[in-house]
Design a protein around this ligand. Structure first.
Ligand SMILES: Cc1cc2nc3c(=O)[nH]c(=O)nc-3n(C[C@H](O)[C@H](O)[C@H](O)COP(=O)(O)O)c2cc1C
Ligand code: SF4
Ligand code: SF4
Length: 265
């Protein structure tokens, strides 16, 4: 059994290779009880600022796992910043311990810092397939391991925290701007794991409430009608994992805000 959170498909792609029983965190988090029993239980998600998305943390706080083997796999695109250690610390804060924590380097979907065309060009060099295969072998053999973390990794996270200190909820909410290019297709409303976007008069409206900053809305918009309000490396380039269909992202994230998504990959 593997739980996953994904914006652009990387983490779902990894989850699909690790276990046949896959459960989307944005869907399951609404259920009562959240007690799960299985011989092996895992969580796959991206890192945002070297840490798990807020919704994944909330899920880990609420859920009870009865298992012989619990693992975490993070996808990231550039610098993990000691994500394995940060995850270990977070788990300890909610009374949990993982047998295995590792990371996979994939395409970085963070638009303020990266041009998606360049990211796609550099993808083969990241050797994600090899790393995923090695992680699968580890998990299948129930290996006990936590990715080592260096002082340099920790310093990346300290710098990140210093730089992001002071960013308000208001700034987060206004990170996205929906332009007149919007055709009201509803895709963004259905790929949003937090249900923050709705259609009004055939136009998308982003409330930003509980936004996970996953960037699924902006990457999946077929008209490229969602723009960042801060500078982007390449405003014309967007990304989704080529192995994952839009319908899979919708199935994972749709919070039932609208029913009119027409676009498919
Ligand atoms: C808001 C945000 C913050 C991110 N922070 C980091 C980071 O600190 N380090 C990193 O290497 N990648 C970072 N990334 C890149 C993602 O972790 C990476 O592309 C991940 O594989 C995306 O997974 P998904 O396709 O399942 O959504 C960030 C992406 C976003 C949207
Ligand atoms: S996905 Fe793009 S075009 Fe479709 S409703 Fe959302 S913003 Fe508009
Ligand atoms: S509004 Fe966009 S960035 Fe925020 S949670 Fe929804 S899809 Fe992700």
């Amino acid at each position: 059994m593997v739980f996953y959170f994904t914006g652009t498909g990387n983490s779902l792609y990894v989850a699909k290779q690790l276990d046949e029983t896959r459960i989307s965190i944005p869907q399951v988090i609404h259920l009562e009880g959240l007690t799960f029993e299985e011989e092996s239980i895992g969580v796959v998600c991206p890192v945002y600022g070297h840490e798990m998305p807020g919704m994944v943390k909330e899920f880990l706080q609420k859920a009870r796992f009865k298992t012989d083997y619990f693992y975490l796999v993070h996808t990231y695109g550039n610098i993990h910043g000691g994500a394995a250690e940060l995850a270990e610390q977070f788990l300890a804060s909610c009374g949990k311990k993982a047998d295995y924590i590792n990371t996979v380097l994939m395409v970085d979907n963070f638009l303020p810092a990266f041009d998606m065309e360049e990211q796609l060009a550099s993808e083969p060099g990241k050797k994600a397939e090899e790393h995923i295969a090695a992680i699968k072998a580890d998990i299948d053999s129930r290996r006990k391991y936590r990715q080592p973390v260096t002082e340099k990794d920790r310093s990346w996270h300290r710098v990140f925290l210093e730089r992001s200190a002071g960013a308000s909820e208001g700034q987060r909410r206004s990170l996205y701007r929906i332009t007149e290019e919007c055709i009201g297709c509803g895709v963004c409303t259905r790929v949003c794991p937090a249900g923050c976007i709705r259609l009004e008069n055939q136009m998308a409206v982003n409330t930003g409430e509980n936004c996970q900053v996953c960037m699924a809305c902006i990457h999946h918009c077929p008209e490229n009608a969602i723009r960042l309000t801060i500078p982007e490396k390449n405003p014309d380039a967007r990304y989704h994992n080529g192995h994952i269909r839009l319908t899979e992202i919708v199935a994972a994230n749709d919070q039932g805000i609208t029913v009119s998504a027409q676009h498919t990959y």
